[in-house]
Each structure stands twice: as C-alpha cells, then as structure tokens.
Write a protein that binds this ligand. Structure first.
Ligand code: COA
Length: 278
C-alpha cells in the first residue's frame, strides 16, 4: 500500500493492483463530516481522479462507522451565523461528494462498514456500486434533528430508492440494516462484516479486467440517459458509441469481435474469462 499525503480527516492509500482505498478517518466521531473532512476529501478525490495508478476507488470509513452524516457540531452549529464558512464547507461538500464522485471516470465502490446516516447518503448514492456489511445501520435521521434531508439528500433518495421507501424512511427516521438496503436496491451486495473487504476486492478486480475507457463511457452513458426521453437517448447513445470507438486506443471492440467471430477464443457473453482453444 502506498499512502498518500497525510491529512487530518482522511486516509488514502493505493495498493499494488490499482485499488485506492479512501477512508473517512474520524472514528471517534463516527466519521461525521466536519468542514475539515470536506476540505480533505475535496483534495483527495481530485487527486485520485487524475492519478494514473488508481483504477478503482473504494470509499469506506474507519472504525465501526461508514459515516454518521454531517457533523452536527462542526458543520451545522459552529457555522451558524458565519455565511462565509458555511459557503466554503457547503461547496467543498458538494464538490467532492457529488460533483467529483458522481462524475468520476473510474469505477467507484462504497464499502459500507457500519453506520450510514443523513448526509452520508450523498456520497453513498454518488458511488456506482454499494457493497455493505449486512448489519450496517442506515438512517435518514434528519427529521429527529429538526432539519430536512438537505444538501442533495432528498434528491438522491428519490432517484435511488422507491418513492414509498424514500418518504417512509425520511418521515419516520427509522433505521434499516444492510440486508434491507439491498432489498430496497439502495445497495448491491450485502455480506457479513468479516467478508466485506474480500467481496469488495473481488468486485474491484472484476472491474479492473474491463477496458477502463469502455468502463468510463458505459457508466457515463447509463447515468446520462436517466433524464432523457427515448428519442434523445437513441441519439445520445449513438454519438457516445461513435466517440468511444474513436477514443478507445486499445480497439477493444474490434479485438473482442475478432476473438469471438474469427479466432473463437473468447465468449464474453458468459463471462470475461477467455476460452482456451487447443
Ligand atoms: N455529528 C457530530 N458528532 C457526532 C455525530 C454527528 N453526526 N455522530 C456521532 N457524533 C459524535 C458523538 O457526539 C460522540 O462524540 P463525543 O465522544 O465527543 O461525545 C461520538 O461521535 C461518538 O458517538 P456515540 O453516539 O457515542 O457513538 P455510538 O457508537 O454509540 O453511536 C451513532 C453511533 C452514529 C448511532 C450515533 O452517534 C448517532 O446517532 N449519531 C448521529 C447520526 C445522525 O443522525 N446523523 C445525521 C445528522 S444530520
């Protein structure tokens, strides 16, 4: 593991395979997001985004928590009456947890190792894929603090969760576990805590087997068509497909077709595993 620059609230390390582990690191505060954590994350996320050694980004938390949401003391109360600091921390929060993360060209995995509350739903939903401890505790607890799911929480939950679930959990503040998060399609995979890291690494390796340009274009395309009507999506995807053929220097499309159609050495329809021909 190669550790990056030392920061107050975040640890970022890249392993030899290309997985960069970004760890929210305020375990004594359950990784509640303070202004300083947002400033650190803004720096880290921009750096790993342009780092050629980073192929997959995993976002996780130190200790028994993924993140307890916005820091009620440092993000809210301490900045009351200080619009300058509010603007700085709000903008840094928005920049890393939505703008950079949801637009990342690299695969992003949220590895939810414990508590996930309130504002933590923003980076959770910004990530491409969520692997969770089946016993992790999730909650839209804002209602209990006399605030509403702000930032962009209300928006991301209606985009990812069902209308009924979003309203139910935002209005009651009830918690649910990782297994339920998968049932609700808020997360993809739930495993026991002791399998969480291995499951995440296996997924990251699977993603690293794909061509990174094709992967980047695929995630951009899936995200972009969400807000389009069918005609526009047809047009957009045709143009995007042509652009991909142009930018994919490795010629993955031609290569795959040659192996499947001519050489008969590859059957990607079943798995990414090569067929060995004797
Ligand atoms: N903001 C500020 N501080 C927080 C925090 C938050 N969102 N979440 C936890 N902390 C702090 C606690 O104040 C406590 O600090 P202290 O040691 O100085 O007293 C420390 O983190 C540990 O919290 P504690 O409640 O003792 O830990 P726990 O393991 O028993 O419970 C939680 C963990 C996450 C269930 C609980 O801390 C909690 O409910 N936090 C609030 C989560 C929330 O509603 N977030 C949304 C905010 S909009």
């Amino acid at each position: 593991m190669v550790a990056r620059k030392e920061l107050e609230c975040v640890i970022a390390e890249t392993d030899g395979e290309g997985i960069t582990w970004v760890t929210l690191n305020r375990p004594e505060k359950r990784n509640a997001m303070s202004p300083q954590l947002h400033y650190d994350m803004e720096e880290v996320m921009m750096e790993v985004e342009v780092d050629p050694d980073t192929k997959v980004i995993v976002l996780t938390g130190a200790g028994n928590s993924w993140s307890a949401g916005m820091d009620l003391r440092d993000y809210f109360r301490a900045t009351d009456g200080n619009p300058g600091e509010q603007f700085r921390s709000f903008t840094a929060n928005r920049h890393w947890s939505w703008d950079i993360l949801s637009n990342s060209r690299k695969p992003t995995i949220a590895m939810v190792n414990g508590y996930c509350f309130g504002g933590a739903f923003i980076p959770l939903c910004a990530c491409d894929i969520v692997v969770t401890d089946q016993d992790a505790i999730y909650g839209l607890s804002e209602i209990n603090w006399g605030i509403l799911p702000g930032g962009i929480v209300s928006k991301v939950i209606v985009d990812v969760m069902s209308h009924r679930d979003a309203l139910f959990y935002a209005m009651t503040g009830r918690t649910f576990d990782g297994a339920k998060a998968v049932e609700m399609k808020l997360a993809n995979i739930a495993v026991p805590g002791d399998k969480l890291r291995d499951e995440t690494i296996a997924l990251a390796r699977e993603l690293m087997e794909k061509n990174p340009t094709v992967l980047a274009y695929t995630k951009q395309a899936v995200r972009a068509v969400e807000g389009m009507d069918t005609n526009l999506a047809y047009e957009y995807l045709r143009a995007k497909s042509q652009a991909l053929q142009f930018v994919d220097q490795a010629g993955t499309r031609e290569h795959g077709m040659t192996e499947f159609l001519d050489k008969k050495t590859y059957r990607p329809g079943f798995s990414a595993v090569k067929v060995t021909k004797d």
